[in-house]
Design a protein around this ligand. Structure first.
Ligand code: 73E
Length: 812
């Protein structure tokens, strides 16, 4: 496999050679022969064989960047939600057909072994998946880049539903080993915690940590489109310096002898399963510092090795902070520059600010990370001093600006003085970066007006917008080969190299024979998904019903509850008016709830209770089916999204920073029903008002209503449909085994309804009836679906990364 462009075997058929290479790997690397090999052995042998070519391209990429003295991008993220890699690598290297044929000649089905590859689920949701899309786009755009994160042994938990309740099980993605990764024992760093700081009379500062672990690099290649470039995802593993204390062991203290190793391993053991909320525990701060310190040390070491002079760091390195989780890296770089490279504070600060950029992903007040000052100081005493020094400088600067009063100073400060004193990580990240960006236009505007208003007044040029994107390789080409094939027939291959070329599809919206073929692809994807749901859940779906899908983390602001209440209302309506011409509907939900988020878990149970009752009711039959598909992850998303007709993006306006699932659905020809929130607004601008169903309050209206003391009660009492649905749920219609189960949840809608479910209900239900009508008009629906695909190219993460590269990193 040397020619990356070749898809089919040539006259000099490489097929037997490839098949024998795979068998050779199987025998010599896995230690099995073809007769004894199990599916996992074939998977490993296929990956290891393919890896040889990837390694060559990887080394070429590294050498070329070095030879060119190129500036590198460093993406620091506590999450990388990669999913599976085999199909991605095969497809980006254009080796799919070749490898499928070689395996077939050995009696092995490529699709079947792809399916047993575990998901690398080192992330919670959108933030982690964005990091994975960015890594792929960086390689596709041929930009030298490293991702830095943690190699969690247990990534995102596996979700099981027991009688409709979420149960969390550990996911052991490394159980069969990981053929994609390379441990780099030579790249290991000392990371200290605690202890004390002393200063000599000459001002030399010395930190003596009381505890230390070793961070060891584990690298995974990230293959870009057409294999143009292979970048590195470098994940850190923690090890004790002294894995076993022999003296203790010999004295019979076996646990004490291994305690250091245990403590180190705990650092990289689990991903905190929180999304859009901070984890808050000490171990989390330790994880943040552990990976930030190792990454910064590695970046500085590489810079010195290649360029010699630490002062040129900002010319050769751009470090992007994926939210505040790595924000302590700002203080860590300052520490290295001042304590080890002996730069003055001012010079170090200039270099630091020129090197870092910070991306904010959420404005939810409870989601802004801050650490109790005593904890921060105990764990990182030297960094605490540096934070104070940065703060003194920052507040001095602020006090010179007209219009910045005492309140503004308090808001700008790195230390939150209201109540228990805390270190504000967002302010640290903001102050330590030359660029601070939001992830969609509305979100960026709200950053300026709300959370960062005072910092924005102080540094009015710093906040900028970079609307999120998704990689069209995974989220169109790989997950939807049927649609991809049809697009190639219609407009050729160009769109694969530049998603913006999808606009060439627009004229086909008016071509009825094209629309028919487009609809056939969608139907076939729905049949495939129905088979999966039948096999995994025992539920039969009608592929001609509208597939209405809400899949994402379960969170009150995302309003899965609105979708469920509307399903209940529709159920009522269908039973009361069986004579009407109802559009058959399948409502699919999937998503995980943080283990400590009780309301979210109750919403999952409600979805399951509602599904159980509706699906068993002969009065609605095939007109309405509801399913909560368990264990949502990247691979499940790849199955569901190509089969969706309707994409639910119904967050309370102003609360979803961007969303990226919304982009995946529209790119695969689903129409969106959504609020004017996050990137929905930009999707609407691109696909046009007639090709999206927008409803509900705007962000400004939500803010006004909240300010004027809105309560749900009045609205509920004024809407018959809503009142019936809410009261049915509250009175136990769907929970006869525990009639009060949802009383509190429904009381919440009457009493406060912070997320404005009641306020938006009627508009939402009306929009759903418009959906029904349009779905019945096959031509109108098909036209809109094609127009969606044609206009979604702008949401490619290649466009997003291009903007970061030009406007923040200076690498394009
Ligand atoms: O709107 C999404 C956004 O599309 C936002 O909620 C999500 O980031 C996506 C990518 O930009 C996000 N995740 C988190 N904050 N915002 C988060 C916070 C703490 C821990 C884990 C994730």
């Amino acid at each position: 496999m040397t020619d990356s462009q070749a898809a089919a075997p040539t006259a000099l058929d490489p097929r037997p050679a490839l098949a024998s290479a795979i068998v050779d790997t199987l025998v010599h690397r896995i230690g099995k022969d073809a007769q004894a090999a199990r599916p996992h052995d074939w998977l490993a042998a296929t990956i290891l064989t393919l890896r040889n070519e990837i390694i060559e391209r990887w080394m070429e990429s590294t050498k070329a960047a070095h030879a060119a003295g190129a500036k590198r991008v460093y993406y620091l993220s506590l999450e990388f939600l990669i999913g599976r890699l085999l199909r991605d690598a095969l497809s980006n290297l254009r080796h799919n057909d070749e490898v499928a044929a070689a395996l077939a000649s050995l009696g092995v089905d490529l699709a079947a072994i792809e399916e047993i590859e575990p998901d690398a689920a080192l992330g919670n949701g959108g933030l982690g998946r964005l990091a994975a899309c960015f890594m792929e786009s960086l390689a596709s755009l041929d930009l030298p880049a490293y991702g830095y994160g943690i190699r969690y042994v247990n990534g995102m938990f596996r979700q099981r539903l027991d009688d409709g309740w979420q149960v969390e099980l550990p996911e052991n993605w490394l159980a069969h080993g990981n053929p994609w990764e390379f441990e780099r024992r030579e790249s290991a760093y000392f990371v200290g915690f605690g202890g004390e700081v002393t200063a000599t009379t000459s001002g030399q500062v010395h930190w003596s940590p009381i505890e230390a672990v070793e961070a060891v690099a584990v690298d995974t290649p990230m293959v870009g489109w057409r294999g143009k470039r292979v970048n590195t995802l470098r994940l850190w593993n923690a090890r004790a310096f002294d894995p076993i204390k022999l003296d203790r062991f010999n004295a019979g203290d076996f646990e004490g002898a291994l305690a250091g190793q245990m403590r180190a391993e705990t650092l990289t053991r689990v991903l905190y399963p929180n999304d859009s909320t901070p984890a808050g525990q000490e171990l989390r701060l330790r994880q943040e510092y552990f990976f930030s310190s190792a990454s910064i040390q590695d970046i500085v070491r590489r810079h010195l090795q290649y360029f010699g002079d630490i002062r040129t760091l900002p010319e050769k390195a751009a470090i992007q902070l994926n939210d505040t989780h790595p924000a302590v890296a700002v203080a860590e770089l300052m520490r290295l520059l001042t304590d080890f490279h002996e730069l003055s504070f001012d010079e170090a600060w200039e270099i630091t600010r020129a090197t870092f950029g910070y991306t904010n992903h959420t404005l939810l007040p409870e989601a802004l990370e801050s650490w109790p000052l005593p904890l921060f100081e105990r764990l990182l005493p030297r960094h605490m001093q540096i934070v104070y020094a940065i703060n003194a400088r920052l507040l001095r600067e602020a006090s010179k600006v007209d219009g910045i009063d005492g309140n503004a100073i308090a808001a700008i400060s790195l230390i939150d003085e209201g109540g228990e004193r805390r270190v504000r990580m967002a302010n640290l990240a903001f102050a330590g970066s030359h660029s601070v960006n939001g992830v969609a236009a509305l979100h960026t505007e709200l950053m300026k007006k709300t959370v960062f208003a005072d910092l924005h007044r102080l540094y009015p040029d710093r906040i900028n917008n970079k609307t999120n994107g998704i990689t069209p390789r995974r989220w169109l080409q790989q997950c939807n080969p049927g649609l991809t094939g049809l697009l190639v027939e219609a407009i050729g291959e160009d769109f694969k190299d530049d998603a913006a070329r999808l606009t060439a599809l627009a004229p086909f919206a008016n071509d009825s024979s094209f629309r028919e073929r487009f609809a056939m692809v969608k139907r076939s994807n729905k049949v495939t998904l129905s088979t999966y749901i039948k096999d995994s859940m025992g539920l039969t779906l009608d592929p001609d019903a509208i597939f209405d899908v809400q899949i994402k983390r379960i969170h009150e602001y995302k309003r899965q509850l609105l979708g469920i209440v509307e399903a209940v209302a529709l159920y009522d309506q269908i039973r009361s008016h069986p004579e009407r011409n109802w559009t058959p509907r399948v409502k699919l939900f999937a998503g995980k709830a943080a283990s400590s988020y009780h309301t979210a878990k109750l919403v999952i149970k409600l979805a399951n209770d509602v599904a159980k009752r509706i699906n068993a009711d002969p009065a609605v039959g095939d007109l309405l089916k509801v399913a909560f598909v368990p264990n949502y992850n990247v691979s499940l998303a790849e199955k569901i999204i190509p089969a969706a007709d309707l994409s639910e993006q119904i967050s309370t306006a102003g609360m979803e920073a961007s969303g990226t699932g919304n982009m995946k659905f529209a790119l695969n020809g689903a129409l969106t029903i959504g609020t004017l929130d996050g990137a929905n607004i930009e999707i609407k601008d691109h696909v046009g008002d007639d090709n999206i169903f927008i409803f509900g309050l705007t962000a400004d209206e939500v803010a006004e209503k909240r300010a004027s003391g809105y309560r749900g009660r009045q609205v509920i009492e004024g809407s018959r449909e809503l009142a019936q649905a809410v009261n049915a749920i509250a009175s136990g219609v769907f929970s006869p085994d525990d009639p009060d189960r949802y009383k509190g949840l429904m009381d919440g809608l009457y009493e406060h309804d912070w997320f404005m479910l009641a306020a938006d209900f009627d508009a939402y239900a009306a929009a759903q009836r418009e959906v029904d009508a349009k779905f019945g008009d096959t031509a109108a629906w098909g036209r809109s679906a094609v127009i969606n695909v044609a206009n979604m190219g702008w949401f490619s993460s290649d466009r997003t990364i291009g903007e970061y590269a030009k406007q923040i990193w200076g690498v394009m």
